[in-house]
Design a protein around this ligand. Sequence first.
Ligand code: AMP
Length: 554
Amino acid sequence: MLRGLIQEVPLLISSLITHASRHHGDAEIVSRTVEGPAADGSGAIHRYTYRDAHKRARQLAQALARLGVKDGDRVGTLAWNGYRHFEAFYGISGMGAVMHTVNPRLFPEQLVYIINHAEDGYMLFDLTFAPLVEKLAPACKGVKGWIAMTDRAHMPKITLPNLLCYEELVAAENGNYEWPQLDEYTASSLCYTSGTTGNPKGVLYSHRSTVIHAFAAALPDALNISARDVMLPVVPMFHANAWSLPYGCAMVGAKLVFPGAALDGKSLYELFEAEKVTVSAGVPTVWLALLMYAGQEKKKFSTMNRTVIGGSACPPAMIKTFQEEYGVQVLHAWGMTEMSPLGTVSTLKAKHLKLSKEQKLAIQSKQGHNIFGADMKIVDGEGKDLPWDGKVFGDLLVRGPWITSSYFKGEGGDPLRLDEKGQGWFPTGDVATIDPDGYMQITDRSKDVIKTGGEWISTIDLENIAVGHPAVAEAAVIGCFHPKWDERPLLIVVKKPGAELTREELLKFYEGKVAKWWMPDDCVFVDQLPHTATGKLLKTKLREDFKGHKLPTA
Ligand code: AMP
């Protein structure tokens, strides 16, 4: 081998914050805290720069080292999107320890399992979660200290033998700290999947995978972020690294705005306007609330020009509303915790620009094309490749330098499937089509697809049609037992406030939009739909709730 003569500089997470501090030092990081004076619970605004964050991240690294945290040790967080959480992203990983973001929306038993499985030595937490921490602590014996992310004046009134104060720890250090030059394959962070069945599984990222993923995420045909942007990640930092935004924004020097705990439509809208946010990112349920607020209050966005939507399928009706009524371009993205998380984004190619609005919308509604670094394919039950014709659907497999090879501690089985060349592909559990231009469209999670008389029906397609009805706020479709066909689609709907709509009207709305045998057999209205800890429809619960439902066609 003739070796290239290029400097061997490892790709490290600390290099992102070092770069942001040196080259975009005065770009702001603005956070709504949870400690503020506001009576409605939304906190005061904290404002500083990448330069300040870099210093405090190093102080945090020094503080953790003083507590005895060593290379590879796991340090957990239970926190909203905010500046201290951002410091933890860099301080913990940067020093060579493993940043473990824990999703506080999970059930306490799951949290205990995750914290113990990860063997978190220290846990950082936001004040909101003080009562939760008090509950968890007795079952998490390995945690040597619970660090409240606040100052002395706001310390929670809970009794824990090993309660520490973040600001005191940080203030005791001077920040004169050199980031260690780690091997870029060193583990940097850990995030557990929010599986609805079985124990959560740990995905262990490396410095290298995180930095390469951040490069790819920032590209124009991915999340398209730059130094001229103001990014407000609504997606939580505990949900798949907030889709890389804490890293990608530092890489490009974008201003960051963290919303803290105030994720309702009104608070978000006000922050978008006050901080002149240009781009945001979140799951469809968040945008549903924001659009509802903006619609009722007749608000428009003065600076926001685009938003990333992913985590579950974004209904075409939502894309259309954002784009046509608010002038906000939607970037529909797909990925998963095991993929760091980005796999595809649905941006248009040059040849699409001349298409009609409706044709463009149809492309944008797909989950999109691979961003460089991630590759994908669809296979049949025997693992044989299926054609990219946009019609045939199969199991979606992925491969790339930021995609998991196995779960933490090997628990979760050996996930990879080897192809004929011996290369490992990760089965996503999603069922999809890929069209000749490489645009992938998810038809379902394989567990959710409706199997009726040997044929498959996509629940996402049926849900998208329902939310296209002006009176529908949210919809879920599940397979319901049918004595002849095994399963038939049952539509479960939340109406918009004050809207009038009958079962018959909604079922009729499907006519001409899908094949006859795809039409839902029944429709029920509910006040709300259950969601997972990451905002997806909780279909296991719906299937449980409607187990005894008798279809009129049965
Ligand atoms: P998580 O690891 O919690 O982010 O969940 C990953 C799963 O969410 C994927 O395997 C998909 O089933 C689903 N998902 C994520 N983004 C999308 C999307 N844009 N459309 C449909 N499903 C999605």
